[in-house]
Write a protein that binds this ligand. Structure first.
Ligand code: MUC
Ligand code: MG
Length: 372
């Protein structure tokens, strides 16, 4: 084992089409651009990772093109030749040389854990202390941009039994129009189907007070990031004011964000995302803070493809998630770049059980969808 080092790191941008346009408050997605990281070690083992965001620079402050540049120009030369065996040492090195860039750091930590798991013959979840489960609940996001289409989509998925919980993306329209859209869908799916909404920061605090009051009345189960992410105090006020749980997503970015929010009761649920947090071990730190503060956990996504989704699933499987996950990213894509697509049925996904992430890139597909 001694002397195993990182030989080189490669990154490619892959563009995959979505099954339909996906409407969020800040962008409409028609395809997904993901940065795939390949980390080659001197023992012949390759680790893979993914850095993916939503809508270019409209969601976060890292773009696919910028992430590739950061990887190729700063991270690859920094890690090349270093021992591949202590992931903590490598992440500390990254932290001391590179400020921010959490999405990229998450992809690198994923690739290091994948390589180490393959080397030791254990899953990433095992490296992280062990899985509590081999399946995770997964909801589906209705975001076609049209109420009637969303209702049809929900009915089809309920009939098929693939999902039993839906998240609605709102915040693109005048708030009363959005609330009517949510009410119509909730009425159509009925009281037994859980419905959550994600406002993606679009409301002011005063609009949020009116909007959430109506959504609570309609029996909506969870309200995600209603106001701008920097308004921690506002999120705490809304959490205290309403009976319906309020979830911090964009606000709960880093470990220190989680600490600040937990201190003031900003949110009764945290949406955990490996990208925002800068990696899988930081998710466990955020989760520890949340658990100590009595805040529930939810497994979030940046709409990653299979690599990022499985990395998220590996760490989420080590945590007691009170609100399940939204790890449906691969289902939003028409094509995949791994050999075995994930299995989703009866409202859950199965977590691959092989060493590392337990998945393998399909090199033909990677070549086909690689940005030229
Ligand atoms: C977000 O803000 O939660 C997650 C599901 C989805 O449709 O969009 C993402 C981003
Ligand atoms: Mg969200």
């Amino acid at each position: 084992m001694k002397g195993i080092h990182i030989q080189r790191i490669e990154s490619v941008i892959v563009d995959l089409p979505t099954i339909r346009p996906h409407h969020l408050s800040m962008a409409v997605m028609r395809n997904q651009a993901m940065v795939i990281v390949r980390l080659f070690c001197s023992d012949g083992i390759e680790g893979i990772g993914e850095a993916t965001t939503i809508g270019g620079l409209s969601y976060g402050d890292e773009s696919p093109e910028g992430m590739k540049l950061t990887l190729d120009t700063y991270i690859a030369p920094l890690l090349q030749g270093k021992s591949a065996l202590s992931i903590n040492a490598l992440m500390a090195l990254l932290e001391s040389h590179i400020k921010g860039n959490n999405f990229v750091k998450s992809a690198i930590e994923t690739a290091l854990l994948d390589a180490q798991g393959k080397r030791l013959g254990v899953s990433v979840a095992t490296l992280l202390g062990g899985a509590l489960t081999h399946t995770l609940p997964v909801l589906w996001t209705l975001a076609s941009g049209d109420t009637q289409k969303d209702i049809e989509e929900a009915h089809a998925l309920l009939k098929e039994g693939r999902h039993n919980t839906f998240k609605l993306k709102i915040g693109r329209h005048e708030w009363k129009t959005d609330v009517r859209h949510v009410s119509a869908i909730k009425r159509a799916v009925g009281p037994d189907v859980k419905v959550t909404v994600d406002v993606n920061q679009a409301w002011t605090e005063s609009v949020a007070k009116q909007g959430i009051a109506m959504l609570q009345e309609d029996g909506i189960d969870l309200i995600e990031q209603p106001i701008i992410k920097t308004n921690f105090d506002g999120l705490a006020r809304l959490t205290q004011y309403f009976k319906v749980p309020i979830m911090a997503d964009e606000a709960a970015g880093t470990v220190s964000d989680a600490f600040k929010l937990a201190k003031i009761g900003g949110g009764s649920v945290f949406a955990l995302k490996i990208s925002k947090a800068g990696g899988l071990t930081n998710i466990q730190k955020q989760a520890a803070i949340a658990q100590a503060a009595g805040i529930s956990l939810y497994g979030g996504t940046m709409l990653e493809g299979t690599v990022g989704t499985v990395a998220s699933a590996q760490v989420f499987s080590t945590l007691p998630l009170g609100w399940g996950t939204e790890l449906f990213g691969p289902l939003l894509l028409t094509e995949d770049i791994v050999k075995n697509r994930l299995t989703y049925q009866n409202g859950v996904m199965e977590i691959p059980q092989g060493p590392g992430l337990g998945i393998e890139l399909d090199m033909n597909q990677l070549e086909k969808f690689k940005r030229k």
